[in-house]
Ligand binder design. Structure first.
Ligand code: ADP
Length: 248
């Protein structure tokens, strides 16, 4: 099944800033795809379309489908339960005082009982490697822990598709390593917008390049990263960890 399908998506902000121009892409269930491009390329704007945070102007036909469901206002509750958005800054995402309240919020909205919520919470905390953190205050966690609690919150809503915006920003090397091994273990479909190209090499086999709101390239990470002309033309640099391998 296609987990994410975007067909001819264009978007202008209310100030007439054209942020996306005719973007089409399709991502299969279980794929982990890197979304790269310079600042202002349109990466966040594209991610925000996946769960209707930026609604399309024409509300009759959808350019975006998640698990084959059109991202239209009537489907927002369903689409939003399936599509977890990890914001760039975890402090924008964590809004309850404790880990427990934060993780319980989504399942409560979905009508789960408190017994069910306890089971879900234990499960997702174990998954992200933070069992026992229930009573911790969210503002007293490290950046890496905050990001993992955000992921746990998305998993608690049973999100099958994850849109991750700069997931490694602000992480120290250990936090980054822990996040990498966590994402590698997770079966969910992921679209990961980032400037951290080393992270893309480690986590994603496929990469999509956008620049100026247009889709520039979509292919295997090794092929794209080894295409020096393409990388330089779009303000990108070949990741160091590929430096020792030979371009082909
Ligand atoms: P990226 O995530 O790749 O850095 P963005 O999606 O944030 O790019 O931005 C794409 C373009 O849209 C940029 O030119 C940016 O200035 C513009 N933009 C982003 N958010 C807004 C907004 N709220 N209002 C107007 N223009 C915006």
């Amino acid at each position: 099944m296609k987990a994410i399908d975007v067909a001819n998506l264009s978007y202008s902000y209310p100030n007439d800033m054209v942020a996306l121009k005719n973007i089409s892409l399709s991502i299969d269930e279980g794929e982990k795809v890197g979304l790269i491009g310079p600042n202002g390329a349109g990466k966040s704007t594209l991610l925000w379309h996946l769960n209707g945070l930026l609604p399309e102007k024409s509300a009759r036909t959808a350019c975006v489908h998640i698990m084959e469901i059109p991202v239209l206002e009537t489907n927002f509750p369903l689409v939003r339960s399936m599509t977890g958005m990890l914001f760039q800054d975890p402090d924008d995402q964590l809004f309850m005082p404790t880990v427990h309240e934060d993780i319980a919020f989504g399942p409560q909205q979905l009508g789960k009982s408190s017994d069910e919520i306890d089971i879900i919470e234990q499960g997702v905390l174990t998954k992200v490697g933070l069992s026992g953190f229930e009573r911790r205050h969210t503002n007293e966690l490290s950046q890496g822990e905050k990001r993992r609690i955000c992921l746990a919150g998305l998993l608690a809503c049973d999100a099958k598709v994850l849109a991750l915006d700069e997931p490694t920003s602000g992480l120290d090397p250990r936090g980054r390593r822990e996040l990498r091994s966590l994402l590698l273990k997770m079966p969910e479909t992921m679209l990961i917008a980032t400037h951290d190209l080393e992270f893309v090499v480690e986590v994603c086999t496929r990469v999509i390049v956008i620049d100026g709101g247009r889709l520039i390239a979509d292919g295997l990470a090794v092929d794209i990263f080894n295409d020096e002309g393409l990388m330089l033309a779009h303000g990108l640099e070949r990741p160091h960890i590929l430096r020792h391998s030979h371009p082909h």
